[in-house]
Design a protein around this ligand. Structure first.
Ligand code: HEM
Length: 153
């Protein structure tokens, strides 16, 4: 990264290098996602949602999506079309417990990358918000009592 040239745009923003480039491009995103799926592989709640034996397809899709989102090549959309992530997740029961398991594995993977504090904060902030936006049900086992206690208020 030593030869990276950064310039300031009209509003003082950094131009000339995407987040994707700044953190190390493809290799960094693939490392992130492979580490994330190591956690998913041993997770009794999440693993059954992923039908593939080796998870390789899922690894490639998530890597491609994240690369594209952060300014890397748009290969994901060339192969998969518009992301429409909430729609694509409608097939999976993403409740608060699944979200929190997903985020726990992702947090470990992000921490492992050893990014600068700014890059770490940007990436984590995005992933946390995206995971909350993906929730499509609130009836996780064990949460029924908690949610019904607000009835009639
Ligand atoms: C909140 C908990 C989440 C759960 C339980 C979950 C679960 C899943 C599952 C089971 C799949 C199918 C595997 C595959 O075929 O690729 C999938 C796909 C995918 N997920 Fe998630 N996901 C979650 C959050 C997220 C978030 C926050 C993002 C983005 C930042 C994301 C991005 C994707 C992408 C890009 C795909 C592939 C979509 C496609 O092209 O078919 N997921 N997810």
């Amino acid at each position: 990264m030593a030869d990276l040239t950064l310039r300031n745009g009209p509003g003082g923003e950094t131009v000339g290098a995407s987040f994707w480039e700044q953190v190390g491009g493809r290799a960094t995103f693939e490392r992130l996602v492979r580490r994330f799926y190591e956690g998913v592989r041993d997770d009794a709640l999440l693993r059954p949602m992923y039908p593939e034996e080796d998870l390789e397809g899922a690894i490639q899709r998530l890597t491609g999506f994240l690369e594209q989102y952060w300014g890397g090549p748009a290969t994901y959309s060339e192969q998969r079309g518009h992301p429409r992530l909430r729609m694509r997740h409608a097939a999976f029961p993403v409740g608060p417990a699944a979200r929190d398991r997903w985020l726990a594995h992702m947090r470990a993977a992000v921490d492992d990358l050893g990014l600068s504090p700014l890059h770490h904060a940007m990436l984590w902030d995005y992933l946390e918000r995206a995971a909350h936006a993906m929730v499509n049900r609130f009836d996780d086992p064990g949460l029924a009592d908690a949610s019904s206690s607000t009835d009639g208020e």
